[in-house]
Design a protein around this ligand. Structure first.
Ligand code: KG4
Ligand code: ZN
Length: 354
């Protein structure tokens, strides 16, 4: 089976071809970083226009690299949400056009399901498993019972963790894209110099909160900024101050994940048994410090810890093609009326499957 996957929900225009033996025949990603950098974050209108300008050539590159033509495909899988709606529409309309022109089934994939199943491309993982989904728009803990069957254990009450990384990076004057750059700078910092809060730590539920941590970081930064007497000027921090604050933020965020995941593991093991895996997915799963911390947690809890390769953590179309393959095998298809959705929760898929 050969499936073309298309992803345009944020700031990556991506297309990939996978087969059901988990072979990635092509995985093309065009990042828009340069276009958004001057604004310090993703500008939805610029993203949508850029997807429109590049989607055709990216799909062509994916097909050429895989050395196949459209008639050899079995289906087209595409992100239909959640995401920035202009971009989602560009990808979805392109997929519908290909499906219609070549008489192929369409599979409208939830982007979060792409992240949720991405680890299965490189590892053999049995359902059910515990999933920590950490991206720019989401921070959730879920039990994954099957394709389309997700049970929410907890989620962020305010900022997503990737958003908190990005906003904190901005406070510290770290260039966009904030998350990955903050991780690099934190390497030369002392995580203990500033005492930052661990929001929600110790709570009985599996929820998260990151906006207070971000505010605490801002206050700590303002106190030591050499421009602290003039609020109109950007913060002025030495390289060491910047690194120490970045390390402090990352350690606090990772501590919170550790604590929240340990609560979720307890619940998951009670409900599904002890011999299961914990999987991490989404852009923040690329963070090595967080991966190590969660790996330690899983060793402690006797759980298998699975993190996809970095290239499959951040947005890509291989994970969308893979989710398409899993849905194809179950005979779940969509038609050309599939809507583009700015919001689309994983739990709602369960209700749709009932
Ligand atoms: O999954 P993703 O590529 O897009 C969304 O679906 O949101 O995640 C992007 C998020 C951004 O907030 C980015 O800063 C964060 O993932 N991210 C990281 C790292 N790499 C990407 N955050 C921390 N450390 C990283 N190495
Ligand atoms: Zn994503």
């Amino acid at each position: 089976m050969l499936i073309l996957g298309i992803e345009t929900s944020c700031d990556e225009t991506a297309a990939a071809v996978l087969n059901d033996d988990k072979r990635i025949l092509s995985n093309i990603i065009l990042s828009q970083i340069d276009e958004h950098q001057p604004y310090g974050g993703v500008v939805p209108e610029i993203a949508a226009r850029s997807h429109l300008d590049h989607i055709d050539i990216i799909i062509k590159q994916a097909m050429d690299k895989a050395a196949i033509n459209f008639s050899q495909l079995d289906a087209v899988a595409v992100t239909a949400g959640p995401g920035l709606i202009g971009g989602v529409i560009v990808g979805l309309m392109s997929a519908k056009a290909i499906a219609l022109a070549h008489d192929l089934p369409l599979i409208a994939v939830n982007h979060l399901e792409g992240h949720a199943l991405s680890a299965k491309i490189t590892e053999d993982i049995e359902f059910p498993y515990l999933l920590l989904l950490v991206s720019g728009g989401h921070c959730q803990l879920l039990a994954v019972e099957a394709v389309g069957k997700y049970i929410l254990y907890g989620e962020t009450k305010d900022d997503a963790i990737g958003e908190a990384f990005d906003k904190s990076a901005k406070i510290l004057g770290i260039a966009y894209p904030g998350g990955p750059n903050l991780e690099i700078i934190a390497k030369s910092g002392d995580p203990e110099r500033f005492s930052l809060p661990r929001p929600m730590k110790g709570r009985d539920n599996c929820d998260f909160s990151f906006s207070g941590l971000k505010t605490a970081l801002r206050i700590a930064s303002e106190k030591i900024s050499q421009n602290s007497l003039n609020a109109d000027l950007p913060l002025k921090l030495s390289k060491q101050d910047q690194a120490d604050l970045a390390a402090g933020f990352q350690a606090a965020a990772a501590d919170v994940l550790y604590d929240r995941c340990s609560k979720a593991i307890k619940r998951f093991q009670t409900e599904y048994g002890a011999d299961k895996a914990m999987v991490i997915g989404g852009g923040v799963a690329a963070n090595q410090y967080i991966r190590h911390k969660l790996n330690d947690l899983c060793i402690d809890k006797n759980m298998r810890f699975i993190a996809p390769p970095i290239s499959l953590c951040t947005d890509n179309a291989a994970m969308i093609a893979w989710a398409g393959i899993e849905r194809y095998k179950l005979g779940i298809f969509d038609d050309l009326s599939a809507p583009a959705r700015p919001r689309w929760s994983l739990e709602s898929l369960y209700n749709a499957a009932k």
